[in-house]
Design a protein. Structure first.
Length: 311
């Protein structure tokens, strides 16, 4: 691994080119909607759950590197160029003619911030590609991160297992409901692999949808931490705010979301920005997870502020 990434953050996960279309209203089954400009002029941006949170962490001064898979095409070139601009190490980004770079169509409605996303994620995405090459470098990191969203669970589990053996803290963005991950069209692996990943995560940031799907709607934060043994569980719920439950606490703490300064235009990536801010705060604290209310409040406020910036 490059020297500048020693003691930095290595993220394993998705990188995508988004095609952003402004529309009169979000697409709904059986209904028509209209583009507000020519579809041929759609704005292209680089995203992806892991790429996004690494970008925010890097912007806050955290040395960061991405492990991922892309094709050898113009979309991959765009991703590599953007990673370099954001000072994210891309030496562990695997390019192959046997792969297609992930892309998505993002429909952004004129009247609200909630968007509709249609993704192409290659089924064989991230299955142990180049594993020995980058897995041996995990021990040099200060922290590693990954996602439950696009990458194969088998690879994420090996990644976190290596980190645990090397005493490197692990952070997980649990973004996709378990029922879809292990049984739906977006199947990434099996239930044992999913639980194994969750049990090896020191920090879990879960969307409300993913958390409810796994442990139910009552005492969600408590149940998720009890199931996984994570040192810190954070459940995000968009404009409703977030809930934190850390090791040593008697009960979860709830924090309101920080509202954007203007009208919400597009919520795409807000959860990733929240997670990036959270990781940067932990990195600045030498990866020590706070257990006292004032420090946890600062942690939540920092993460929420970056979520708001993204809206």
């Amino acid at each position: 691994m490059k020297k500048r990434l020693l003691n930095g953050l290595m993220g394993l996960g998705s990188c995508i080119v988004d095609h952003n279309f402004p529309v009169s209203a979000g697409p709904r089954y059986g209904q028509k909607t209209f583009f507000l400009s020519s579809p041929s002029k759609a704005e292209k941006t680089v995203g992806g759950v892991t790429l996004n949170h690494l970008s925010w962490a890097s912007a806050l001064g955290v040395p960061a590197g991405l492990v991922g898979t892309v094709g050898k095409d113009s979309s991959a070139d765009m991703i590599v160029d953007e990673l370099r601009k954001r000072d994210i190490d891309c030496s562990y980004l695997y390019q192959s003619l046997n792969h297609h770079t992930s892309e998505s169509y993002v429909f952004v409605p004129q009247t609200a911030g909630e968007r509709t996303v249609v993704m192409f994620a290659e089924p064989k995405r991230g299955r142990l590609i180049g594993l020995p090459h980058w897995l041996s470098s995990v021990q040099n990191c200060a922290m590693v991160s990954s996602e439950i969203h696009q990458f194969s669970l088998e690879t994420v589990l090996k990644f976190f297992s290596k980190a645990r053996r090397s005493n490197v803290p692990t952070a997980l963005d649990f973004d996709m409901p378990a029922s879809e991950v292990v049984g739906g069209r977006n199947k990434l692996g099996n239930e044992n692999e999913l639980i194994g990943i969750l049990e090896k995560a020191d920090v879990i940031k879960a969307s409300r949808t993913a958390a409810w799907d796994l442990v139910g709607q009552a005492d969600t934060c408590v149940k998720l931490r009890s199931l996984t043994g994570a040192k810190l569980v954070v459940i995000t719920d968009g404009p409703a705010g977030s809930q934190l439950f850390a090791e040593g606490m008697k009960r979860p703490m709830t924090f309101p979301a920080i509202p954007p300064t203007g009208r919400i235009l597009n919520t795409l990536g807000a959860g990733d920005a929240f997670f990036g801010g959270l990781l940067a705060s932990l990195y600045a604290n030498y990866n020590d997870i706070p257990t006292e209310e004032p420090e946890l409040r600062l942690l939540a406020e920092h993460a929420s502020a970056f979520g708001a910036i993204c809206c």
